[in-house]
Ligand binder design. Structure first.
Ligand code: ARG
Length: 403
C-alpha cells in the first residue's frame, strides 16, 4: 500500500487528520512529530498517533538544527515580519517539511500530508518546501479538504474517541517552538478587545512581573549568541533560559494585526521573550561593530528576508544569496551586551567588543580628543555643494517668475 508521511503535532487537527486520511485515502499513515522546542510529552504524542490509527509514529529531535540553520540566521538578519513578529512559525515550517521529505524518501512514500487549513500561511510554507525538495511527492491537506469548522472537528474527534487537548470553552489555536508561542482563534479574533489574560502562558503581565530588574549579559560570536552571563551553552538551552527570564519580567508580549500571504488580515498574539531579548542585544552589538554604510544598507535586505521567510520561500536562491551577504557582515559581530529586563522593558545598557569601531579618542569631548576639527569646514564645503547649487538655482528661478 502507498504510504503517507503526516506532519503530526499531537494537537486536534493532526490527530483528526490521521482518522480522516484513513477514511478517505487508500494509504498507510506514518505520523512524524518534529521537536523544535515545544515542551510536551513526545512519548505520549507518539503513542497517541498509533492509537488513532497510524502504522508508525516517529519523533525527531530537531532543536539544534532549528537553532543552527534557522534561528542563528534569523538573529543575523534581525528577523521581524512587519517589524513585530519574529516569524517563529514561518521559520519552523520549512524544517518540518524538509524532515518529512527525508522520511518520505526513507520509507519510499508517495504522499506527504499536513494539518493546515486553506486560509493560512502554513499550507504555503509546507507545500512550497515539498515542491522545492521533491516535486514528485503528492500532497494531502485534510483540514483544507474536509471543510469542517473547529467545532465540527472537535465533534468528529469526540465521535471517534480521539482525545483532544482543547474543549469548546478554550478554543485557542496555539503553535509553539523555541523562538515563540502564537495564539489565534476564539476571543482573540475581535481586535477591538484586549486579549484575555489566560491567552498568555509564557509571560507575566506587567502587574505580576518581578519587582526588581534582571540584568543578563549575552555574548556573541559572528552574530550568534553563545554565552549567557559568561557561561557557554548550546543555542536551544540559551534560548529557553531567556524565555524564562524574559517571561518573569513581562518581556515579549506582542499583540498585532498581520497581513497574511493569502490576503487576509488576522489578529495575532505572540509571546517571544528570548527573541525580543536576543534581537535587542544583537542590534546593539551591530551598532558597535558594523561600519555605518553596512549598517544602513543591511535593513533593506532584512525587510526582504522577513518577507521571504513569511511567504514560505526558504528554499530559494534569493534566500541563500542574502544569507551569504549577511554571513559576511556577521564576521565582525562579536562581543558582549548587557540587557536590563524590567516590567515589560528590555533595554541594552552596556556593551563591549574586541572588534569595536567605537573609539573613545574620536568621540570624547574631554581631554585626549584626537579628532581634527579644523578639517570640518572643508568637508562641509564640499558635502554641501549640491545643496547650495540647487538652492541658488531655485532662488534665481523664483525671482525670474515673479518679475
Ligand atoms: N500567523 C503566524 C504565521 O503565519 C502564526 C501561525 C500559527 N500557526 C498555527 N497553525 N497556529 O506565521
Amino acid at each position: 500500500m502507498s504510504k503517507c508521511i503526516l506532519a503530526y503535532s499531537g494537537g486536534l487537527d493532526t490527530s483528526v487528520a490521521i482518522q480522516w486520511i484513513a477514511e478517505n485515502y487508500d494509504v498507510e499513515i506514518i505520523a512524524l512529530a518534529v521537536d523544535v522546542g515545544e515542551e510536551k510529552n513526545y512519548e505520549g504524542i507518539r503513542q497517541k498517533a498509533i492509537d488513532v490509527g497510524a502504522v508508525e509514529s516517529l519523533v525527531v529531535d530537531a532543536k539544534q538544527e532549528f537553532f543552527d540553520d534557522f534561528l542563528a540566521r534569523a538573529i543575523g538578519v534581525n528577523l521581524m515580519y512587519e517589524h513585530r513578529y519574529p516569524a517563529f512559525t514561518a521559520l519552523a515550517r520549512p524544517l518540518l517539511a524538509k524532515t518529512q521529505v527525508e522520511v518520505a524518501h526513507h520509507y519510499d512514500a508517495e504522499f506527504v500530508a499536513h494539518g493546515c487549513t486553506g486560509k493560512g500561511n502554513d499550507q504555503v510554507r509546507f507545500e512550497v518546501t515539498y515542491a522545492a525538495l521533491d516535486a514528485s511527492l503528492k500532497v494531502i491537506a485534510p483540514a483544507r479538504e474536509w471543510g469542517m469548522t473547529r467545532e465540527e472537528a472537535i465533534e468528529y474527534a469526540q465521535e471517534r474517541g480521539i482525545p483532544v487537548p482543547v474543549d469548546k470553552e478554550s478554543p485557542y489555536s496555539v503553535d509553539t517552538n523555541l523562538w515563540g508561542r502564537s495564539v489565534e482563534c476564539g476571543l482573540i479574533e475581535d481586535p477591538s478587545r484586549e486579549p484575555p489574560e489566560d491567552a498568555w502562558e509564557w509571560t507575566k503581565s506587567i502587574a505580576d512581573a518581578l519587582e526588581d530588574p534582571t540584568c543578563v549579559e549575552i555574548g556573541f560570536e559572528q552574530g550568534v549568541p553563545v554565552t549567557l552571563d559568561g557561561d557557554r551553552m548550546a543555542g536551544p538551552e540559551l534560548i529557553s533560559r531567556l524565555n524564562t527570564l524574559g517571561g518573569e519580567n513581562a518581556v515579549g508580549r506582542i499583540d498585532m494585526l498581520e497581513n497574511r500571504l493569502v490576503g487576509i488580515k488576522s489578529r495575532e498574539l505572540y509571546e517571544a521573550p528570548a527573541a525580543t531579548i536576543l534581537l535587542a542585544a544583537h542590534r546593539d552589538m551591530e551598532s558597535m561593530t558594523l561600519d555605518r554604510e553596512t549598517m544602513h544598507f543591511k535593513p533593506y535586505l532584512e525587510l526582504r528576508y522577513a518577507e521571504l521567510v513569511y511567504y514560505g520561500l526558504w528554499y530559494t536562491p534569493l534566500r541563500e544569496a542574502i544569507d551569504a551577504f549577511i554571513a559576511e557582515t556577521q564576521k565582525r559581530v562579536c562581543g558582549q551586551v548587557t540587557i536590563k529586563l524590567h516590567k515589560g522593558t528590555c533595554q541594552p545598557v552596556a556593551r563591549q567588543s574586541d572588534r569595536s569601531l567605537y573609539q573613545y579618542e574620536l568621540a570624547t569631548y574631554a581631554e585626549g580628543d584626537v579628532f581634527d576639527q579644523s578639517a570640518s569646514p572643508g568637508f562641509i564645503h564640499i558635502w554641501g555643494l549640491p545643496a547650495r547649487v540647487a538652492a541658488e538655482v531655485d532662488r534665481a528661478t523664483k525671482k525670474e517668475q515673479t518679475n
